[in-house]
Design a protein around this ligand. Structure first.
Ligand code: CA
Length: 232
């Protein structure tokens, strides 16, 4: 199994090279985003460990450009707790997993093995539910022809709901997938963001597609006129 490690902290990069080699991986290491993008585009890696804050191009730019080039090697992003971005952003941009520094090497190896096992299926380019469409690569969301502007968190939440269209998903499931697993706030934050989404994807269009299923969670479905609004 061949891995690419893109990490600018030389000490950490070297420790990862040694440790992962001892675990039986073949490991290439580069220290900046531009080299990372080049290496991952040129060679078929089983997985890429990608630091977020990198010189040249940051991890997000590298990841976005890789996906835009249809390079689907699974990516595990290394983020920092005090970073400019949060983990939801890592998932929004197509990272398959992430670890927050400082991380346990044992956990890193376990996650990498899981990623490699899962492999890299080609991602659908466009998600569609009724007249709603979301492009994970360009990060564009539309209702019909109308563009919908979302924050990174709203985008992550909508993407999750669209991937689970017509299914009831609980607040806990949403929190686990869209928020940092270490998030310790209340599940009510999900409710708040569901409200934000409704005001952007449903209310302006007289639709009610994002349903509350009492006591269970939420379900996103095909176009349905909101109660009290006139069907066209
Ligand atoms: Ca760094």
């Amino acid at each position: 199994m061949r891995l690419l490690v893109v990490e600018d902290e030389k000490g950490l990069a070297e420790a990862l090279r040694r440790g992962l080699s001892n675990e039986g991986f073949v490991v290439d290491v580069v220290h900046d985003g531009v080299s990372g993008l080049w290496a991952a585009s040129e060679h078929p890696y089983d997985a890429v460990v990608l630091d977020l804050m990198l010189p040249g191009k940051n991890g997000y730019e590298v990841l976005r450009e890789l996906r835009a080039r249809a390079v689907w090697a699974p990516v595990l992003m290394l983020t920092a707790k005090d970073g400019e971005y949060d983990q939801a952003d890592a998932f929004d941009l197509g990272a398959d997993d992430y670890l927050t520094k400082p991380f346990s090497f044992v956990v890193l190896v376990a996650r990498l093995r899981a990623l490699v096992r899962r492999g890299a299926p080609e991602r659908p380019v466009l998600l569609e539910v009724g007249s709603l469409s979301l492009d994970p690569l360009s990060r564009r969301v539309r209702r019909g022809d109308a563009p919908v502007e979302l924050t990174a968190r709203e985008f992550g939440l909508l993407q999750y709901l669209m991937r689970h269209r017509d299914q009831v998903v609980s607040k806990a499931e949403i929190l686990d997938s869209v928020w940092d697993p270490a998030f310790e706030g209340s599940e009510n934050v999900v409710e708040v963001y569901i409200g934000y989404l409704r005001r952007k994807i449903d209310a302006p269009f007289g639709l009610s597609t994002l349903e509350t299923v009492r006591g269970m969670g939420y379900r996103l479905g095909a176009d349905r006129p909101a109660q009290g609004s006139q069907a066209p």
